[in-house]
Design a protein around this ligand. Sequence first.
Ligand SMILES: Nc1ncnc2c1ncn2[C@@H]1O[C@H](COP(=O)(O)OP(=O)(O)OP(=O)(O)O)[C@@H](O)[C@H]1O
Length: 251
Amino acid sequence: MTTPIQLHEVRKSYGSGPAAVTALAGLSIAFPAGSFTAVMGPSGSGKSTLLHCAAGLDEPTSGTVSLVGRSLAGMSENDLTLLRRDHVAFVFQAFNLMPALTVRENVMLPALLAGRRSDPARVSEVIRRVGLEERATHRPGELSGGQQQRVAIARALASDASVLFADEPTGALDSHTAAEVLTLIRDLADKGQTIVMVTHDPVAASYADNVVFLLDGRFVAEIATPTAAEVAERLAHLGSLAGNSASRGQR
Ligand SMILES: Nc1ncnc2c1ncn2[C@@H]1O[C@H](COP(=O)(O)OP(=O)(O)OP(=O)(O)O)[C@@H](O)[C@H]1O
């Protein structure tokens, strides 16, 4: 099986000297094709930095990243943009929709930016799948948070990207709407997309095939076929360790 996302000994530091912050401390991790992985860990453990480095949105201080079989080291901004455009979809907590465009236009935007023609029937189909067919001509400001996130998911569906990065996709949603959105993300994984989702929510993580836990920028644990209770327990344990290491650092 191929491995579309691979990080090898990735270190990421911000700033320099005594004020430097190490967000990733030599992290090696691989996400196999078609897997749905939740990334968890205490606040500041490096989850978003992992996602940004894996997607080529941020450059590691050292170590290597490969995405859909391409090494990102030394790749130009332009080539990175093209690689993301053709292979990667994003769903963020803050929806990232264009306020002036309708639902339908937002879903078609990645294809438009890539200079590809959208198939109108397919666009209608993905909008129907996320339950927004009656809202297709509305603008994001006229939709609820859950509906806006469903537009972002429809956009990811329409893009046919092989990799989806999601950063707290349900962070702004109530539990019922979050469940709907997670079911849609789960469907994408079942259709073969490789999904990496950062979340604080053990229930959200339980939709994944696998949960990886970070602490202080390192991989520390993993749970396959997780239940929300197992994840919550592990997270509480890591939270207490994070507290200890923070207080050690102050001495
Ligand atoms: N642009 C930046 N400049 C300086 N420090 C940063 C920057 N981005 C992240 N950091 C630091 O790197 C560490 C890891 O941050 P990151 O956002 O990856 O953590 P996280 O696990 O996603 O946290 P949270 O759960 O709170 O979102 C933190 O100590 C953070 O303050």
